[in-house]
Ligand binder design. Sequence first.
Ligand code: 0WD
Length: 254
Amino acid sequence: TGLMQGKRGLIMGVANNRSIAWGIAKACVDQGAEIALTYQGEAFRKRVEPLATELGAFIAGDCDVTDAASLDAVFDNVEKKWGKIDFLVHAIAFSDKDELDGRYVDTTHQNFLRTMDISVFSFTTIAKRAEKLMTEGGALLTLTYYGAEKVMPHYNVMGVAKAALEASVRYLAVDLGSKAIRVNAISAGPIKTLAASGIGDFRYILKWNEYNAPLKRVVSIEEVGDSALYLLSDLSRGVTGEVHHVDAGYHAIG
Ligand code: 0WD
């Protein structure tokens, strides 16, 4: 029997088989969880469908977090299917890649708002929806990055958004704690994914981490998935409001 036996959860943010959310999904299913996935738009449906089949996952629908109706539909589908959930993973972020380069000071108002909406507010609104389905308590997990804590080259407005996301984790932990719903984040080291490919000089950031992180390498989505098991399972039942670094130790020296 696995760590996640008897647990059901919604995992949002699988774009393809390199996504961090995919690493987490595989780890959860390996440990006995039943999962539901969402995809963003028709273009991603083709990628996510075979992945869902591979894990025997339920597809909860097309979800653009800026569209409240699509979020409502996803949570309705999950409620109809299972009635309740035990865990939720939010692995969603977006910013215009033209602004993940150059100077933070040049961020436009429009992209600032969009970045905050998709990368920060979405976690709060999803937490509110998940609260209704976590009738026996639960675990919420989001993904953040060290650029929230210290300036990382080109991370710019996304660093500001991740700082707000990490603060959200603490406020949500307080709001939902009395319902035995825990709220945590993993601060992952750099991993080559679709979202990361939008960040200027990302290859240099990977190399920099390989040379400087205590473990002298970068991390994989499987390693993030294994660490997520701790925060999503009862092993961490005494842990909430935490930002846990899974970054080969880079935060210790950065
Ligand atoms: O180095 C990295 N890759 C790190 C990523 C280091 C530390 C943290 N993270 C974070 C990201 O900021 C994000 O919050 O991990 C999370 C997952 O990102 P990922 O696995 O690196 O990237 P990816 O596989 O591209 O998944 C992110 C997905 C989107 O993909 P695209 O490539 O289309 O941006 O977020 C989803 C989408 O599937 N997404 C949305 N979902 C619903 N509504 C939206 C939206 N409006 N926008 C993006």
